[in-house]
Design a binder for this molecule. Structure first.
Ligand code: IMP
Ligand code: MG
Length: 179
């Protein structure tokens, strides 16, 4: 696989499409077993998770629903700073078994701010499926129940992840090179 140039940065291959696909099948198998008969509701967080969500959902063989939401952060009027609001979450969550689908948990800030809003709706259960996690970057503890790959604190591109809006379409995961 070649070195990729995206705008001013160079990226090199990090996780192959084959490896990603194998890992997604393993995660789906765990979910299929754990959620049989529970009709889980997957909530995929756009934009980054669209590719992971599609590939994971194709491997789900039990009855399940999926919806896609966007998180927008704005400056609240109170001193707590940024508030996160969700766009497109129309399904009532009360009593549902909810699985969040995230591309990557980096600092954990997004999940830390968003999860309380979901818990407030009293789902029967709430778990997180994330393709990638950077434990070294974590500022807020986030329990990831279904994790694809734990990675060092490096900038990644591809398979839904972007640099400056580009690279989401790459079917493998690339890492930023030092040069
Ligand atoms: P967090 O709130 O810091 O956990 O950030 C999560 C979001 O930051 C992810 O959903 C991604 O959209 C973005 N992000 C974090 N790390 C990377 C990366 O290495 N490449 C591209 N996007 C990233
Ligand atoms: Mg994201």
């Amino acid at each position: 696989m070649p070195v990729l140039q995206v705008n001013d940065k160079k990226f090199k291959p990090y996780i192959s499409a084959v490896k990603i696909n194998e890992r997604i099948k393993e995660l789906a198998a765990e979910i299929n077993t754990e959620y049989a008969g529970k009709r889980p509701l997957f909530i995929a967080i756009l934009n980054g998770s669209f590719m992971f969500a599609a590939d994971l959902f194709k491997e789900i063989s039990i009855d399940a629903e999926i919806c896609f939401i966007k998180l927008a952060s704005y400056k609240g009027t109170c001193s707590t700073g940024n508030v996160i609001t969700s766009i497109g979450l129309d399904e009532p969550l009360q009593g549902r078994h909810v699985i969040i689908i995230e591309d990557i948990v980096d600092t954990g800030t997004t999940m830390h701010k968003f999860l309380p809003q979901l818990y407030a709706q009293q789902p029967a259960s709430l778990k997180i499926a994330a393709l990638l996690h950077k434990p070294e970057a974590l500022l807020h503890p986030v329990a990831i129940d279904f994790l694809g790959f734990s990675v060092p604190n490096i900038f990644l591109l591809g398979f839904g992840l972007d640099y400056d809006g580009l690279g989401r379409n790459i079917p493998e995961i690339y890492q930023l090179t030092a040069e």
